[in-house]
Design a protein around this ligand. Sequence first.
Ligand SMILES: [Zn+2]
Length: 184
Amino acid sequence: MNTFHHGYWTFFAARKQKHLGWFIFGSVLPDLVYYVMFIYLAIARNAWQVIDDPDPMRSLFGLVHDLFEHPVVFVLRQAGHSIFVWAIVFVIVIVWKGFRLTKGTALLYGWLGHIILDLLTHVEDAVPMFYPVSSYTFRSKVSYWDDEHYARVFSIINTTLILLSLLYLFIQKLRKKRPFTKSS
Ligand SMILES: [Zn+2]
């Protein structure tokens, strides 16, 4: 699932919880490496200077391709999307702080939500779910981006659900503002 949608759905699910910002931060964390490294590679290659570039789109595609091949991105992508790595961090935090909802556990729940949503929305680009101890890779039937695997249907359903959930939030807000008038 794309990073923005991860953030949105986590906001929706955890909106009544404490430490909402940490839930959302955890839910985008596994993908942050792409953005940081994209900017890094773009600067390293002087990719902003499109004026001298005969084919800037080609350079951009090359950049994105190399981004996912980059060893730092490769390792952090697999680690960030691994239930095994998540579980190790979870156990450390639980032993250290206990089960109560803290900034740390909120971040971990957001992160777990990201892993689960990605398990359900990646097919050919799925990553091993227990990296680095096992190469077993669960492939969903649905990809959020690949038209070969129902991306269009997924996008329609996801967008519809986002719009409906926004409508729901909007109606709730109106109701809170105008509570039923008390009979005198
Ligand atoms: Zn992801």
